[in-house]
Write a protein that binds this ligand. Structure first.
Ligand SMILES: [Zn+2]
Length: 326
């Protein structure tokens, strides 16, 4: 795929609702989703667990060509193997009895007598019964997810989404800000994919925003702080993960906001630290290059995580912040 196409693809994906936008407002879509989550939640399966799995499925469908894309309020879809049972010879089995016989997990959620893998109520009810198998605790939630998704990274991503929903108590999390307050002097160019300026072997996976020491570095989105500490290349660096399977990486800070720590949920605008020139040496190394913020964005598709160009997003967020700060 050409880079231009990827950029367009991601800009499109970042909206997450472009298809239905004309028919339904964003508010209505989120409300409809929330209704499903609340309807099928119970004491052992809180709404944000259902919401997190559903959102994860939506995220991976948007960036994977091997997965059918499910439109409508519920993106969640089960593999046929899990739904009807691995050894079930009837791949489109809709009988609760025979599915149960073959250890399939499909259930009849709307009591219409058939177990329909395409029906949102059946799918949500099945997810609830699947998740409540062991009772409510984060450890159990993780082990059930591991059984279905197999990958540790997928489990981590879903638990992250659940944590953000739980803390914010809403699905309305579309707000974004520019990583630096736009009142400051700074400059940046689209240098994604070029050779690294500062001695690295890999291509440059991000955008460098040049600014003075001490300019605040902010969370651009709602996210969980996944790492915060020293890395020999990145210096004082911090990474946050959001509800769209996006990992955002900030490097070369002069220091961190002491009020933020790993595992915290941050909001757009939360100060994470300050622009600096740390890195390229042992802990504390600083001043080997001009102060700047290295800003990277990565997408996880359920199998791998890859870097994409933050530049077009930075432009959009910058323009929006400039408008609102006037
Ligand atoms: Zn950089």
């Amino acid at each position: 795929m050409s880079r231009t196409f990827l950029v367009i693809l991601f800009l499109f994906l970042s909206t997450d609702f472009a298809d239905a936008e004309e028919l339904q407002s964003r508010e209505e879509i989120l409300e409809e989703r929330m209704n499903y989550y609340v309807k099928y939640s119970n004491l052992s399966v809180p709404w944000y667990y259902l919401a997190a799995v559903d959102q994860f499925e939506r995220n991976i469908q948007q960036v994977r060509s091997d997965l059918p894309r499910k439109d409508g309020p519920v993106a969640l879809q089960f593999s046929t193997d899990f739904w009807v049972g691995h050894l079930n010879p009837f791949r489109d089995d809709m009988s609760e009895l025979s599915i149960a016989f073959f250890n399939g997990i499909g259930k009849d959620g709307n009591n219409d007598g058939v177990v329909d893998i395409e029906n949102n109520d059946d799918v949500m009810y099945t997810m609830t019964t699947f998740l409540e198998e062991k009772g409510y605790s984060e450890e159990n939630f993780k082990s059930i997810l591991k059984k279905y998704y197999e990958r540790e990274e997928s489990v981590n991503q879903i638990v992250t989404i659940a944590k953000i929903y739980k803390e914010m108590q809403t699905l309305h999390l579309d707000k974004r800000v520019f990583p630096l307050p736009v009142q400051n002097n700074y400059s940046y160019q689209g240098t994604f994919g070029g050779k690294r300026g500062w001695g690295g072997r890999r291509i440059h996976e991000g955008t460098d925003l040049f600014a003075s020491y001490g300019v605040p570095v902010r969370a651009v989105t709602y996210g969980v702080v996944e790492i915060m500490g020293w890395n020999d290349y990145g210096g004082w660096r911090v990474g946050i993960r959001d509800v769209h399977n996006t990992y955002i990486y900030y490097a070369h800070l002069s220091g961190f906001n002491k009020e933020v720590k790993e595992g915290d949920v941050v909001e757009p605008g939360t100060v994470l630290g300050w622009v600096g020139s740390s890195g390229y040496g042992k802990q504390g190394t600083s001043g080997l290059f001009p102060p700047h913020l290295h800003f990277g964005m990565y997408k996880y598709n359920g199998k791998t995580e890859w870097a994409f160009d933050p530049f077009p997003y930075l432009k959009i967020w910058e323009q929006k912040d400039k408008k609102t700060s006037k």
